[in-house]
Ligand binder design. Structure first.
Ligand SMILES: [Zn+2]
Length: 295
């Protein structure tokens, strides 16, 4: 994987968290807006410009800074000169209105934060997955066969759903949110193990995803990467706009795309939810998640 891509994927959790922060700072709007995430070199003059325009940022690896800015933002022109060494377009991300989200038949569930790391950090994949079908060159072909392990009870703050770092196709919730929102829709849960003692943690469960989308992802504008070793394909690149058309089986509310997403060594499935689960999550004000409309 190229350095730039490695950086992208490493930054992903931070960027997701950051964009949530930016949204909470008053850039809400009535129409679809496209945010771009940039991570140029953190020069003093760039930081001063960001601060002057009230744009939230975080410094990260390799002296780079990371921030989100919506198209049409008044600071856009002032910031462009600092992006020469960054991806020219940044990573585009579309923020949908409540009306659009409420009208969607299916949505992609995404985290608004990442919290903690699967244990043991140096070998969690072997501890959690059957990797007999997994290709080391592309990361595709894993199946969970043991509970996830965490270092301690999560520090939930005001949130009820989390995603672990590195594990982009699983979600975890508080037992209360599980009983209120997920269980009534027939979604099962799995225990999460305290790594040190081997006992189940009390304040977190894994949402058990056991269904798959019924239609393949198609679209002319999509980029596919074929693994040179196992020849399996994954959808690569970040897209703005809606997630490509997929459907879940009737009566299912939480499932994975059959396809993998990712780049280089990493691969995961997108998580798709039903309109009913979206309604329940918003009705109970569950925090820790964000949504993308499925075509
Ligand atoms: Zn492969």
């Amino acid at each position: 994987m190229g350095t730039q891509l490695t950086l992208l994927w490493k930054l992903r959790p931070l960027v997701v968290t950051l964009s949530f922060f930016v949204h909470s700072r008053g850039f809400k709007q009535d129409t679809v807006k496209i945010f771009h995430r940039f991570f140029p070199v953190a020069s003093k003059s760039l930081l001063a410009t960001l601060e002057q325009h009230g744009i939230a940022y975080e410094t990260f690896i390799d002296d780079r800074v990371c921030f989100d800015i919506p198209e049409g933002h008044p600071a856009w022109d002032a910031i462009v000169p600092f992006l020469k060494d960054a991806e020219p377009e940044g990573i585009p991300r579309t923020v949908f209105t409540k009306k659009e989200l409420a009208a969607a038949r299916f949505l992609r569930l995404e985290p608004s934060w990442h919290h903690g790391y699967p244990q043991p950090e140096d070998d969690y994949r072997r501890a959690t997955y059957d990797l007999s079908e997994c290709c080391e060159a592309c990361g595709m072909g894993y199946t969970q066969n043991a509970p996830f392990r965490m270092k301690s009870e999560p520090k939930w703050g005001s949130k009820q759903v989390l995603q672990l770092n590195w594990v982009f196709d699983e979600f975890f919730s508080t037992p209360e949110a599980y009983r209120t929102v997920f269980q009534p829709l027939g979604i099962d849960s799995l225990p999460v193990i305290h790594h040190k003692t081997g006992r189940p943690l009390e304040s977190v469960v894994q949402l058990k995803i056991s269904t798959w989308t019924t239609t393949p992802i198609r679209g002319q504008k999509l980029n596919w990467e074929t693994c040179a070793v196992c020849h399996r394909k994954k959808l690569t690149g970040d897209q703005s706009g809606m997630f490509p058309h997929v459907t879940l089986p009737a009566g299912s509310h939480l499932g994975w795309t059959r396809e993998y997403i990712g780049s280089g060594l990493v691969a995961w499935h997108a998580v798709i939810i039903s309109a009913a689960l979206y309604r329940s999550l918003t009705e109970y004000g569950v925090k820790g998640v964000s949504f993308t409309v499925v075509e």
